[in-house]
Design a protein around this ligand. Sequence first.
Ligand code: GLP
Length: 240
Amino acid sequence: MEVKIFNSADEIASAASEMFVKIINDKNDAVLGLATGATPVPTYGKLIEAYNSGKVSFKNVRTFNLDEYCDLPRDDKNSYYTFMHDQLFDKVDVCEENVNFLDGNAADWQKESERYSQAIESVGGIDIQLLGIGTNGHIGFNEPADAFTGDSFKVTLTQSTINSNQKYFGDVPMPRYALTMGIGLIMKAKKILLIATGESKAEAVKGMIKGEVTPKLPASVLNEHKDAIIMLDKAAASLL
Ligand code: GLP
């Protein structure tokens, strides 16, 4: 695991977007694993800038998002599907048929999980997976648990995650369940880039980098990935 510390979230966004642009330009039909949350938004902003200045095209890129809430219509304003369209997809030339999400409303989540794994495999696997980290060390929606997960599955969100994410839903109670890529599936990505910014992530970051590899801090599994890069701002790195 390679750890890089930057002066600001803006510097991280530039470095992360340059990494993505290079991968897309090297491969043209690159397969991107994408993440939601506030952390990747500046990186998506820089990717839009790169697209607008002709440095990159998403025309042949395929995307797979990490997770999606259950019991929320796909085009609800708080769905991750809507989030990604607002923050990136609607502002670049990605083709809608190349955009992939887990269906949080699938009647049978096990079948949905199989479909997603097969879809990823059929395009040759994910070239780069972007990740954020929850304050409890979760990645995607893999919450602290007794064992690492495998393929995608339905998760009951923890109170800590609900406390962190309820703000986006205002007065409407947020969903209690989500479908998420499991740890096994995330770890199959050829390259992983985790970004953490702000003091609220410092404890989880310390556990991930200095602690043991344990499903109780899911992000710690990245120590076992052969090409994982962690980009931190000074606040997120403050307990290292
Ligand atoms: C959600 C997402 C995660 C994300 C986390 C942190 O729980 N499922 O993928 O990493 O939030 O979000 P933020 O970047 O807003 O702190």
